[in-house]
Design a protein around this ligand. Structure first.
Ligand code: FPP
Length: 227
């Protein structure tokens, strides 16, 4: 059995899902996608996972239409408001990575409030990547280290990243058919097992997550060593 602490997911395919179902608006796919976020959080919490990191909004997603960006911001706010009870009932801590300073004030407040209310939990940590880009994160980390006048090594550099104190990613999943990592957790996936599936995010059920985990358990992980 491989040690499994951290699963990270690129939740792609919401727009295509909506189109495939005959909806005229892409945003219906985001709404359905939010239901999978809930379902997978429950599954991850029940199986004793430590970290589930979900790519909710990238530094590049600002290029989308104003209407879609605004919908996604409101959806995240609504999601956090609705899911607080889920977090409280399941010992789930909430955290984020990414530069929150560019988000609407009400969403920033909702994020702080949710973090505060769940800070003491020690079960699953659900990490939302919001206005997150790995290159942006690394540059911010480098500048923090320079400001502190510190030379870094691999271990100490990790402490300047948004993911400080979070274990490395064991499994990276991308739904929606594309095989790329899109500026997601570039430092943290150095030794991750990568899974790409054609399933669109709104169809990615807990059962599908479990089948990825089952495959992961059969992989011989050597981390550059020999067995
Ligand atoms: C990519 O699909 C998805 C996003 C950019 C947003 C992810 C958001 C959610 C899963 C829903 C909300 C999340 C939370 C935490 C409430 P896409 O729109 O690029 O799909 P496409 O490739 O088919 O166009």
């Amino acid at each position: 059995m491989n040690n499994l602490k951290h699963i990270a997911i690129i939740m792609d395919g919401n727009g295509r899902w909506a189109k495939k179902q005959g909806f005229l608006k892409r945003i219906v796919g985001h709404e359905e996608g939010a239901k999978r976020v809930r379902e997978l959080t429950i599954h991850a919490s029940n199986m004793g996972l430590k970290y589930l990191t979900l790519y909710a909004f990238s530094t590049e997603n600002w290029k989308r239409s104003d209407a879609e960006v605004s919908f996604l911001m409101k959806l995240m706010d609504k999601y956090l408001k609705n899911e607080l009870k889920l977090f409280l009932d399941n010992n789930v801590r909430f955290d984020t990575i990414g530069d929150l300073s560019k988000l609407p004030k009400n969403l920033q407040e909702r994020i702080s409030y949710t973090k505060e209310k769940t800070a003491h939990f020690d079960g699953l940590t659900q990490v939302l990547a919001v206005n997150y880009g790995s290159k942006d994160e690394i540059i911010r980390a480098v500048n923090k280290a320079i400001k502190e006048g510190k030379e870094v090594d691999e271990k100490s550099f990790g402490q300047f990243l948004d993911t400080k104190n979070i274990d490395p990613v064991d499994i990276l999943i991308r739904t929606g058919g594309d095989k790329r990592v899109s500026n997601y957790l570039l430092w943290q996936i150095a030794y991750s097992e990568l899974f790409f599936t054609d399933t669109l995010w709104p169809d990615f059920t807990a059962e599908k997550l479990q089948s990825v985990i089952d495959k992961f358990q059969n992989i011989d992980r050597r981390f550059g060593g020999v067995k």
